[in-house]
Design a protein around this ligand. Structure first.
Ligand code: GLU
Length: 388
């Protein structure tokens, strides 16, 4: 079969694992949990943890999105095989998540890595304020060189408002944390031209430059017997991740040291992004937000941000409009002209209090420590700036 549209025509050098600075690794239940024994496959997990430690030692930030709570908990509770009703899966997750978090924490600790558990619901990634809170927690954990271990909070997620699969959740985590690579460890080596079990002529597609309708059609609908996702949610994840500026790859996780093997050239499917996390965010700021207010800058601040600096409170003379942290606001120069726009780090009232003041004074003015910048340079677009 000829290569489909969207598959890269020629193999320009593929990215190398060591060039990424922030990597999300998604681990599915079928890899992590031996369903017959109802227990974690420890040896496999220890080998994966060594891979994670290797990336971490080389300087990358690593985040793990791990499934397994329901698979672990259902055995403990003696729930039947097959699809679980919502209340049973919630109960199973409540029991299994404790074990899951402990195993990750212990396994990473043996390699001198600190794990931090984050359980998110759909709203935590889809509502702006909660998204910002979750993003800030992840950023702080990474600053402190911990390894966030993330799962959906299945205990409270209900049918209508849940991810249900960790492929798309992992993609949202990747964009939320400005990761540049998402690795989906799966029970297949990647995307095939046809389901490999059914069609002996099926070939692995090594690179997808763009997710086209033809690529989506190849994903079909069937999930593998153990994982929630299947190929369709992986393609959805690819769309989310690549739009957000991260490359994604799907690889066979059933082997020992699945990530180290990727570094040695193991087969996989790459989904490439034409963007970076910063340019993707900037495009979004430039194109899709309604400004909620304006910050009037002095001439020094205008010069500084045009030269690529973040906006500090000291350079703001006046604050206009009603906005909350995370809203898009305009930046205007002393003549009132729009210089650009960005996501503001403070509510309007707080911004007015700290405007014109030194960043060191923020704590005494607001009664609590806060960010030194009003708009971070990665969160702003200057008028006329080319973004990606
Ligand atoms: N969040 C679910 C769990 O931990 C798994 C979802 C999935 O397998 O994609 O059990």
């Amino acid at each position: 079969m000829s290569q489909p549209a969207g598959a890269a025509k020629r193999h320009s050098p593929l990215p190398r694992l060591d060039q990424f600075r922030r990597i999300v690794i998604k681990v599915g239940s079928s890899l992590l949990v031996d369903r017959a024994a109802g227990a974690v496959r420890r040896e496999w997990l220890e080998a994966l943890a060594q891979d994670i430690a290797g990336l971490h030692r080389a300087g990358a930030d690593v985040l793990v999105v791990s499934s397994g709570s329901i698979a672990l908990g259902r055995t403990v509770l003696g729930l039947p095989d097959g699809d679980l009703k919502l209340d049973d899966s919630q109960a199973a997750a409540a029991v299994g998540q404790i074990a899951l978090a402990r195993i990750w924490a212990e396994t990473l600790a043996h390699l001198s890595l600190t794990a931090g558990q984050i359980l998110v619901t759909f709203g935590d990634t889809e509502q702006r304020q909660r998204y910002l809170n979750a993003r800030a927690t992840i950023a702080r954990l990474l600053d402190l060189r911990a390894v966030p271990v993330i799962n959906e909070n299945d205990t409270v997620a209900t049918q209508e408002i849940r991810y249900g699969d960790n492929d798309r959740l992992a993609a949202r985590v990747a964009t939320m944390s400005s990761a540049d690579l998402l690795i989906l460890l799966s029970d297949v080596a990647g995307l095939y031209t046809a389901p490999p079990g059914e069609d002996p002529g099926a070939t692995l597609i090594p690179v997808v430059a763009r997710v086209t309708a033809e690529i989506e059609a190849m994903a079909g609908g069937a999930a593998s017997c153990l994982s929630k996702g299947g190929m369709r949610t992986k393609i959805e994840a690819a769309k989310i991740a690549t739009t957000g500026g991260a490359h994604m790859l799907i690889a066979d996780g059933r082997v020992a040291h699945p990530v180290a093997r990727l570094g040695e050239g193991a087969p996989c499917t790459w989904f490439l992004t034409g963007s970076t996390p910063v340019t993707a965010r900037k495009k979004w700021i430039a194109g899709s937000l309604e400004p909620r207010g304006a910050l009037h800058l002095d001439a020094g601040a205008e010069r500084a941000i045009r030269a690529g600096a973040s906006l500090l409170p000291a350079g703001v003379k006046r604050v206009e409009g009603e906005f909350v942290r995370g809203d898009c606001v305009l930046m205007r120069n002393p003549a009132g002209a729009e210089i650009g726009r960005g996501l503001v780090a403070y509510d309007a009232g707080e911004a007015a209090l700290i405007a014109g003041r030194n960043s060191q004074d923020i704590e005494s003015l607001l009664g609590e420590p806060g960010r030194a910048t009003l708009i971070h340079r990665d969160d702003m677009v200057i008028a006329g700036e080319r973004v990606g």
